[in-house]
Every structure is written in C-alpha cells, then in structure tokens.
Design a binder for this molecule. Sequence first.
Ligand code: FAD
Length: 354
Amino acid sequence: MSQHTDVVVIGGGQAGLAAGYHLRRQKMGFVILDAQASPGGAWQHVWDSLHLFSPAAFSSLPGRLMPAQPGEEYPDADHVVAYLSDYEKRYDLPVQRQVQVVGVHDDGRLLRVETTSGTWHARAVISATGTWWRPFLPAVPGREDFEGRQLHTVSYRRPQDFAGQRVIVVGGGNSGAQIASELAYDTELIWATQRPPRYLADDIDGRALFDAATARRRALNEGRNDSKGIASLGDIVAVPPVREARDAGLLKASPMFVRLVRDGVIWADGTREPADAVIWCTGFRSALSHLSPLGLRGPRGHIATQGTRSVQEPRLHLLGYGDWTGPASATLIGVGRPARDAAREIAGLLGVAT
Ligand code: FAD
C-alpha cells in the first residue's frame, strides 16, 4: 500500500534537514527518508581526524547556531553529528531511517517514490542524497593489476593503519592534502597530483569561502560575472595540520604516475616506484541513481537545474551536491538558502498558502 504526502525529501543529512526546516515553515506535509541507521549523513563516516574548515558559528543550518565545541575552534565530525541529531529533534523533523529510495517515477499527477520499505506518492520531491555514496576513481591504466591495498577517501580512517608503509596518496584537493599531511609523519609518503597543489592563503577558511560564494551569487544575480568564484582562489584550505606538514617540507607533490603495476606505479619517465597502498582522494559524483527512472540526466551526470528546480521536472528539486544546485549548497552554512528557495517554490507550485 502506498502512503501519501505533499513532499518526500530523499536523504536526511544536513541538506535534507535544512529542507525539512523550511518545508515546515511553509506548512507543508512531508517526510524525510534516509538510508542511514542514525543521524548525521556522511559526517558519521569521515576519517578520525577530520575537522570542519570553518568555526562552529559559521557552520550552522537555518534557525539554530552550531554551538562551539569546547577547546576546538574548528569542530570535529562527532560534534557535527551531535549538532545534526539535536537539530532533527529540536524541530521534530519526521525522518524515517534505514529507508533507501530505489526509484522516483512519474505517475502522472503524482511522483511515486519506491523504497526498500514501501511506496510513497508525493506532489513534489526534494533529492538531498549527497555525494559521499558515489566515490569517484579515475581510469588509470593498470588499476586492477596492483596487488597492494587500494582504497578511496571514504574508506580511509587513520594514519596508524599504514604505519611504516609506502603509501601513495592521489589527489590535490582538500581530502588529498589532509590525508597526505597526516600520513607524512609515519609512512613513506608519495603524494601524486594532476597539477601542482594550489593552497589558499593561510588566513582563508570556510568563512572566506562562503563570502566568496555569496559575492559571486550576488554578481551573477545582478547580471555581472566579474568574480571568478571560489575555484579561482585555490584548491586547498590550509587547515593547521596541512600548514604544519607543508611548512615542515613534508608535503612534496609529484605529477601523476602513468600506470599502476603489480607492486607499485610507473612514473612518466619510466621509473618504477614500489608501494604498499594507494589511497584515491579523487572526489565524488552526485548520488542520483534513484532519479534515473525520470530520465533527466544530462552531460556529466548532472540534471539541468534552475536554482534547485529540475528544468524538465518542476516537481523535483535537488539540494546539496555542489554549486550547480546553488552556490555553496554542499556546505553546512550554504545549504540554508537554497533549501528556503526550494521550499518556497514548491509551496507556490502546490498552491500552499503560507
Ligand atoms: P550527506 O551528508 O551525504 O547526506 C545524504 C544522506 O542521504 C545520507 O544520510 C545518505 O545515506 C542518504 N541517502 C543517499 N542516497 C539515498 C537514497 N537513495 N535513499 C535514501 N537515503 C539516501 N562542508 C562544510 O560546510 N564544512 C566543512 O568543513 C566540510 N568539510 C568536508 C570534508 C569532506 C571530506 C567532505 C567530503 C565534505 C565536506 N563538506 C564540508 C561538505 C558537506 O558539508 C558534506 O559533504 C555534507 O555531508 C553534505 O551533506 P548532504 O546532506 O548534502 O549529504
């Protein structure tokens, strides 16, 4: 038997919760379906030492400031999980856990949401499933030949797991730099990046990045394109552990190797480098497979959006994921605004008086 509601939100991480906050303000009926057994979305699964790149007060969802974590200017992931759990309770958000959405279908007047525990019919859907669940691995020749350990960022936990080993960290983004910086002390680290690492200025943290995203949004809204956005500032936030390892001369990057072999890698000049493990810090793609029955996917796997709304399916909104669903919408502080816009648009579409 199918259940009915105005809006099904898929995903109960920070983006899904921010959507719930604003749907409640718009007085809409909704449910949040989340695959995880407990609150916190991807934050429950990150590596042990991860800290936010912004202070607590600049990492807040709408309505409730993240409290400071005693002794830490930049809170750790456990603190974020506690904050999200509390947020969900405080606003009494109807999250149903261990419910995996397997497909969203167009049933004419309504959207049909098929899950691992039943079917929902809704007048609109907000997809907020994040990226953590779709790790990306580049097609490097010989990947299947390597007999050492290979893992993606999502499976990395702590440097002790690699003590004394020769470890190749691949990737010049934040995950790569942070994981390389903590492996630099007790392993024989090789850090391979496609282009030389580009550090943001040491005084730039998540606050400044958010300001840059806001300035860019303002410029675009006003029809100007005079700000090149966050990417122009650099790739790596020089968080304290990264800065320390870099300044100690421990973070030397090499250009990418050309292939993997049984016991290591081959560099462009033909030299062979032995390795025990390769850690692929090579990013993520949006977790959108549940939307494939709608047939909306375009180039690069994205769905064409206007703000958060799907251009082809106006009853569908996408939240989080990346700048393509709203500037900084894949951040704690940035998701509030697109969540508000999505809820307002859906209220307008459904004719819900607020
Ligand atoms: P998620 O946290 O991934 O939540 C999505 C939820 O949807 C999950 O619970 C998942 O299980 C569920 N789900 C997925 N598919 C389905 C399905 N089919 N059916 C039902 N449920 C489903 N942002 C900051 O603001 N500050 C930072 O310092 C920061 N650091 C980061 C560090 C790393 C290493 C990474 C990867 C990201 C970081 N981010 C940071 C970015 C962002 O805040 C996080 O990625 C955040 O987890 C995104 O939240 P989300 O709600 O969009 O997705």
